[in-house]
Design a protein around this ligand. Structure first.
Ligand SMILES: Cc1cc2nc3c(=O)[nH]c(=O)nc-3n(C[C@H](O)[C@H](O)[C@H](O)COP(=O)(O)OP(=O)(O)OC[C@H]3O[C@@H](n4cnc5c(N)ncnc54)[C@H](O)[C@@H]3O)c2cc1C
Length: 334
């Protein structure tokens, strides 16, 4: 039974795969690390069952896209147990098994558990530093902790979220690098401020890349926005040029102000999914309206895009849908 927190953990899995040649695996969890692991183990020839407590996998995107990820997993032979909670892991007569809270049992030669991250803030707590959400160390925008001249960064700290306008816990490598640079510079007398995150992430699962930035509709609502979401399917480049593939967009904007609040994108991993979500991320960073995306001077050549990049077409769909909804409301009020 393995965790996947450190490089050493993954080396131990490799060693076990090479020496014991397990044939079946159960992966407990359905976040990005679990999906990447399912992909890797299928490539090694194992039969893989993925157990997800939420009803759809990859809860960092909305269930509409989670369902498409499930189809991709199933088409590569991953068996899915969704909406299932594991109560215990058993070990009898050299056989491992998992048991769900509803009594489903499954044997496996290898079990991987990747159900989330907890900040390793024990050392900080022992030193008297204040902690907040999930035990993460409290820092200010200069990455200074509650104790003057002690700086912290990365998975152990709370992170400033630009859209939520508050601290949250969002451990990622991208964030850690930026925070580390700010903390390091300030620790030697600089005056740098961490700009904050907008919640951008991407994962590759078999042939798909799935990305998001900003807020999901439910998160936007909880944060006091008035979110409205549209779904658009478009081609990654001009359909007449060979090899065009579909991209699935979900765009969320604020119904009242028109401000872009978030975007999710799923497509073939060679369809520039991550760079396209990064355009949304840059727009979110600068608090742009959904409408403003159409004004961006994005690149075009038929094998790679369209005169309106699919990002812009998805944004235009959102604007059309909101105008339609508003005119329906106006008509209803006449
Ligand atoms: C399997 C996996 C895949 C990931 N993929 C991605 C990805 O694709 N994109 C992404 O953005 N993020 C990804 N992440 C997250 C990313 O790796 C982390 O957010 C990032 O490494 C955190 O950086 P950090 O410096 O805070 O912590 P770490 O990288 O964990 O480094 C902390 C270091 O401190 C050392 N340490 C701890 N305690 C002590 C002590 N008391 N004394 C001395 N040293 C100590 C540890 O040994 C470790 O070397 C992934 C994480 C995992 C586990």
């Amino acid at each position: 039974v393995f965790l996947l927190h450190t490089m050493e953990d993954s080396f131990k899995v490799q060693e076990y795969l090479n020496e014991r040649t397990p044939r079946s695996a159960v992966i407990i969890g359905a976040g990005y690390i679990c999906l990447e692991t399912a992909d890797a183990l299928i490539h090694r020839g194992l039969t893989v069952t993925l157990v997800s407590r939420p009803k759809t996998v990859l809860p960092t995107v909305e269930p509409e896209l989670g369902k498409l990820v499930e189809q991709e997993l199933a088409s590569h032979g991953v068996e899915l147990w969704t909406g299932v909670e594991i109560a215990s892991i058993g070990h009898e007569n050299d056989t491992l098994s998992v048991l769900s809270t509803t009594g489903q049992k499954l044997a496996a030669d290898l079990i991987i558990v990747a159900t989330g991250v907890r900040p390793a803030s024990g050392l900080a707590v022992a030193a008297g530093l204040k902690t907040g959400q999930r035990g993460a160390i409290l820092v200010n925008r200069q990455m200074e902790t509650s104790m003057p001249n002690i700086y912290a960064a990365g998975d152990c700290v709370e992170t400033w979220h630009r859209l939520l306008r508050r601290y949250t816990y969002l451990p990622l490598g991208t964030t850690s690098h930026k925070q580390g640079r700010v903390a390091g510079e300030n620790a030697i007398g600089g005056n740098r401020s961490f700009a904050g995150v907008v919640g951008t992430q991407v994962v590759k699962v078999f042939e798909l890349a799935i990305a998001r930035t900003g807020l999901l509709e439910s998160e936007a609502r909880s944060a006091g926005f008035d979110p409205f979401t549209t779904e658009t399917v478009g081609w990654d480049h001009k359909a007449y040029y060979p090899g065009a593939r579909q991209l699935h967009f979900r765009v969320t904007g604020d119904r009242t102000t028109g401000r872009l609040l978030g975007a999710q994108l799923l497509g073939h991993w060679k369809s520039e999914v991550s760079k396209r979500i990064d355009v949304f991320a840059a727009a979110l960073f600068h608090e742009m309206a959904v409408d403003d995306l159409s004004a961006l001077d994005l690149s075009y050549t038929p094998p790679l895009s369209s005169p309106w990049d699919p990002i812009q077409m998805a944004a235009q769909d959102w604007s059309r849908a909101i105008r339609k909804q508003q005119s329906r409301l106006e008509l209803a009020n006449v």
